[in-house]
Design a protein around this ligand. Structure first.
Ligand code: GRF
Length: 220
Protein backbone atom coordinates (compact mmCIF):
# COMPACT_ATOMS: atom_id res chain seq x y z
CA UNK A 1 0.00 0.00 0.00
CA UNK A 2 1.27 3.49 -0.80
CA UNK A 3 1.11 5.62 2.31
CA UNK A 4 0.30 9.30 1.87
CA UNK A 5 3.09 11.59 3.07
CA UNK A 6 1.85 13.76 5.95
CA UNK A 7 3.28 16.91 7.53
CA UNK A 8 2.07 17.89 11.02
CA UNK A 9 2.11 21.49 12.25
CA UNK A 10 2.29 22.09 16.01
CA UNK A 11 2.88 24.90 18.50
CA UNK A 12 3.08 23.08 21.83
CA UNK A 13 2.35 19.89 23.72
CA UNK A 14 1.63 17.80 20.63
CA UNK A 15 -0.65 15.20 22.19
CA UNK A 16 -2.66 14.99 18.96
CA UNK A 17 0.62 14.56 17.10
CA UNK A 18 1.32 11.67 19.51
CA UNK A 19 -2.02 10.06 18.60
CA UNK A 20 -1.25 10.40 14.89
CA UNK A 21 2.25 8.94 15.38
CA UNK A 22 0.71 5.91 17.15
CA UNK A 23 -1.90 5.43 14.40
CA UNK A 24 0.72 5.59 11.66
CA UNK A 25 2.54 2.62 13.22
CA UNK A 26 -0.16 0.23 11.97
CA UNK A 27 1.00 -1.38 8.71
CA UNK A 28 -2.41 -0.91 7.09
CA UNK A 29 -2.74 2.77 8.08
CA UNK A 30 -2.78 4.81 4.82
CA UNK A 31 -0.50 7.66 5.98
CA UNK A 32 2.98 8.26 7.37
CA UNK A 33 4.32 11.40 9.01
CA UNK A 34 7.37 12.64 7.12
CA UNK A 35 7.94 15.96 8.87
CA UNK A 36 6.77 17.85 11.97
CA UNK A 37 7.04 21.64 12.01
CA UNK A 38 6.69 23.83 15.09
CA UNK A 39 6.47 27.62 15.00
CA UNK A 40 7.58 27.68 18.66
CA UNK A 41 11.05 26.48 19.70
CA UNK A 42 11.68 23.64 22.17
CA UNK A 43 8.07 22.51 22.66
CA UNK A 44 7.08 19.05 23.87
CA UNK A 45 5.69 18.08 20.46
CA UNK A 46 9.16 18.39 18.93
CA UNK A 47 10.48 15.87 21.47
CA UNK A 48 7.68 13.45 20.53
CA UNK A 49 8.70 13.74 16.86
CA UNK A 50 12.36 13.18 17.67
CA UNK A 51 11.53 10.16 19.86
CA UNK A 52 9.63 8.68 16.92
CA UNK A 53 12.59 9.46 14.59
CA UNK A 54 10.50 11.84 12.50
CA UNK A 55 12.35 14.85 11.04
CA UNK A 56 11.34 17.92 13.06
CA UNK A 57 11.82 21.54 12.08
CA UNK A 58 11.40 24.72 14.08
CA UNK A 59 10.34 27.71 11.99
CA UNK A 60 10.02 30.43 14.60
CA UNK A 61 7.42 32.98 13.48
CA UNK A 62 9.27 35.63 15.51
CA UNK A 63 12.15 35.41 13.03
CA UNK A 64 9.97 36.69 10.19
CA UNK A 65 8.88 40.23 9.36
CA UNK A 66 5.55 39.15 7.87
CA UNK A 67 3.06 36.31 7.79
CA UNK A 68 3.77 35.92 4.05
CA UNK A 69 7.48 35.30 4.66
CA UNK A 70 6.76 32.84 7.45
CA UNK A 71 4.26 30.91 5.33
CA UNK A 72 6.62 30.86 2.33
CA UNK A 73 9.35 29.28 4.46
CA UNK A 74 6.86 26.83 5.93
CA UNK A 75 5.65 25.91 2.45
CA UNK A 76 9.23 25.31 1.30
CA UNK A 77 9.91 23.04 4.31
CA UNK A 78 6.81 21.00 3.47
CA UNK A 79 7.67 20.78 -0.24
CA UNK A 80 11.25 19.72 0.55
CA UNK A 81 9.79 16.84 2.59
CA UNK A 82 7.41 15.97 -0.30
CA UNK A 83 4.38 16.41 1.93
CA UNK A 84 1.06 15.48 0.31
CA UNK A 85 -1.32 16.06 3.23
CA UNK A 86 -1.01 18.59 6.02
CA UNK A 87 -2.44 18.26 9.54
CA UNK A 88 -2.64 21.20 11.95
CA UNK A 89 -2.50 19.76 15.45
CA UNK A 90 -2.60 22.56 17.98
CA UNK A 91 -0.94 24.96 15.52
CA UNK A 92 -1.72 28.36 17.02
CA UNK A 93 -1.10 30.56 14.04
CA UNK A 94 -3.33 31.83 11.26
CA UNK A 95 -2.21 31.09 7.71
CA UNK A 96 -2.21 33.56 4.84
CA UNK A 97 -4.88 33.13 2.16
CA UNK A 98 -2.19 32.12 -0.35
CA UNK A 99 -0.96 29.31 1.87
CA UNK A 100 -4.49 28.07 2.45
CA UNK A 101 -5.14 28.17 -1.29
CA UNK A 102 -1.99 26.17 -2.05
CA UNK A 103 -2.99 23.39 0.38
CA UNK A 104 -6.72 23.50 -0.31
CA UNK A 105 -8.45 20.15 0.28
CA UNK A 106 -5.13 18.62 1.41
CA UNK A 107 -5.04 20.42 4.77
CA UNK A 108 -6.82 19.38 8.00
CA UNK A 109 -7.30 21.00 11.39
CA UNK A 110 -8.69 19.74 14.69
CA UNK A 111 -10.80 22.02 16.87
CA UNK A 112 -12.06 21.18 20.39
CA UNK A 113 -15.77 21.88 19.81
CA UNK A 114 -18.63 20.69 17.65
CA UNK A 115 -18.21 23.21 14.83
CA UNK A 116 -19.74 25.52 13.78
CA UNK A 117 -20.38 26.11 17.50
CA UNK A 118 -17.64 27.69 19.61
CA UNK A 119 -15.06 28.70 17.01
CA UNK A 120 -11.94 30.36 18.36
CA UNK A 121 -10.14 30.22 21.70
CA UNK A 122 -11.20 29.38 25.30
CA UNK A 123 -13.71 26.91 23.91
CA UNK A 124 -14.36 24.88 27.05
CA UNK A 125 -14.90 27.92 29.30
CA UNK A 126 -17.40 29.29 26.79
CA UNK A 127 -19.21 25.93 26.55
CA UNK A 128 -19.56 25.94 30.35
CA UNK A 129 -20.69 29.60 30.39
CA UNK A 130 -23.42 28.80 27.88
CA UNK A 131 -24.58 25.80 29.88
CA UNK A 132 -24.23 23.45 26.90
CA UNK A 133 -24.77 19.79 27.79
CA UNK A 134 -22.87 18.25 24.90
CA UNK A 135 -19.68 19.44 23.27
CA UNK A 136 -16.99 17.59 21.35
CA UNK A 137 -14.37 17.96 18.65
CA UNK A 138 -14.20 18.37 14.90
CA UNK A 139 -11.69 17.59 12.18
CA UNK A 140 -12.24 19.80 9.13
CA UNK A 141 -10.51 20.94 5.96
CA UNK A 142 -8.84 24.32 6.40
CA UNK A 143 -10.29 27.45 4.82
CA UNK A 144 -9.06 31.06 5.20
CA UNK A 145 -11.48 31.87 8.03
CA UNK A 146 -10.43 30.39 11.38
CA UNK A 147 -12.19 27.12 12.35
CA UNK A 148 -14.27 26.94 9.18
CA UNK A 149 -14.21 24.45 6.33
CA UNK A 150 -15.80 21.17 5.25
CA UNK A 151 -16.24 18.81 8.21
CA UNK A 152 -14.59 15.38 7.92
CA UNK A 153 -15.57 13.88 11.29
CA UNK A 154 -16.86 14.83 14.73
CA UNK A 155 -17.10 13.23 18.16
CA UNK A 156 -19.57 14.33 20.82
CA UNK A 157 -18.53 14.54 24.47
CA UNK A 158 -20.86 15.07 27.44
CA UNK A 159 -20.54 18.08 29.73
CA UNK A 160 -20.83 16.68 33.27
CA UNK A 161 -21.99 18.41 36.47
CA UNK A 162 -19.06 20.08 38.24
CA UNK A 163 -16.92 20.27 35.10
CA UNK A 164 -14.23 22.93 34.95
CA UNK A 165 -12.62 24.07 31.69
CA UNK A 166 -9.73 21.72 32.52
CA UNK A 167 -11.80 18.63 33.30
CA UNK A 168 -13.96 19.17 30.23
CA UNK A 169 -10.89 19.91 28.11
CA UNK A 170 -9.25 16.65 29.19
CA UNK A 171 -12.39 14.65 28.30
CA UNK A 172 -12.55 16.34 24.89
CA UNK A 173 -8.83 15.76 24.35
CA UNK A 174 -9.28 12.00 24.79
CA UNK A 175 -11.93 12.12 22.07
CA UNK A 176 -9.60 14.19 19.86
CA UNK A 177 -6.97 11.46 20.12
CA UNK A 178 -9.43 8.96 18.65
CA UNK A 179 -10.99 11.33 16.15
CA UNK A 180 -7.91 12.69 14.39
CA UNK A 181 -6.47 9.30 13.39
CA UNK A 182 -9.95 8.27 12.20
CA UNK A 183 -10.37 11.44 10.10
CA UNK A 184 -6.88 11.26 8.61
CA UNK A 185 -7.54 7.64 7.65
CA UNK A 186 -10.68 8.69 5.78
CA UNK A 187 -8.85 11.41 3.87
CA UNK A 188 -5.54 9.59 3.24
CA UNK A 189 -7.28 6.45 1.99
CA UNK A 190 -9.33 8.46 -0.48
CA UNK A 191 -12.57 7.25 1.11
CA UNK A 192 -13.85 10.83 1.30
CA UNK A 193 -13.51 13.93 -0.85
CA UNK A 194 -14.78 17.51 -0.88
CA UNK A 195 -17.71 18.25 -3.18
CA UNK A 196 -19.47 21.62 -3.15
CA UNK A 197 -17.82 22.39 0.21
CA UNK A 198 -19.13 19.21 1.88
CA UNK A 199 -17.18 16.06 2.67
CA UNK A 200 -18.78 13.13 0.88
CA UNK A 201 -17.96 9.46 0.40
CA UNK A 202 -17.52 6.53 2.75
CA UNK A 203 -17.34 8.38 6.05
CA UNK A 204 -17.44 5.14 8.08
CA UNK A 205 -14.57 2.93 6.93
CA UNK A 206 -12.32 1.15 9.38
CA UNK A 207 -13.10 0.99 13.05
CA UNK A 208 -16.35 2.49 14.32
CA UNK A 209 -16.20 6.26 14.35
CA UNK A 210 -15.87 7.76 17.84
CA UNK A 211 -19.26 9.46 17.65
CA UNK A 212 -19.92 9.62 21.37
CA UNK A 213 -16.86 9.47 23.46
CA UNK A 214 -16.93 7.94 26.04
CA UNK A 215 -19.98 5.86 25.13
CA UNK A 216 -23.10 7.52 26.48
CA UNK A 217 -23.98 4.81 29.03
CA UNK A 218 -20.47 5.04 30.57
CA UNK A 219 -20.57 8.82 30.67
CA UNK A 220 -23.85 9.28 32.50
C1 GRF B 1 -6.19 20.62 21.03
O1 GRF B 1 -7.24 20.75 21.94
C2 GRF B 1 -6.62 21.00 19.65
O2 GRF B 1 -7.96 20.68 19.37
C3 GRF B 1 -6.46 22.49 19.66
O3 GRF B 1 -5.28 22.72 20.39
C4 GRF B 1 -5.07 21.63 21.29
C5 GRF B 1 -3.72 21.08 20.99
O4 GRF B 1 -3.32 20.09 21.92
N1 GRF B 1 -6.44 23.02 18.32
P1 GRF B 1 -2.06 19.18 21.61
O5 GRF B 1 -0.90 20.14 21.33
O6 GRF B 1 -2.36 18.31 20.43
O7 GRF B 1 -1.82 18.40 22.86
Amino acid sequence: MTKRRVGVLISGRGSNLGALIEACKAPEYPAKIVVVVSNVPRVQGLLRAEAALIPALTINHEDFASREEFDATLDKGLKDAHVELLCNAGFMRLHTENFVKRWRDRHLNIHPSLLPAFRGLHTHARVLDEGAKITGCTVHFVRPQMDTGPIVAQAAVPVLPGDTPDSLGNRVLEAEHRLYPHALRLVASGAVRVEHEHVVGMTQIGEQAPFFSPPLDEAL
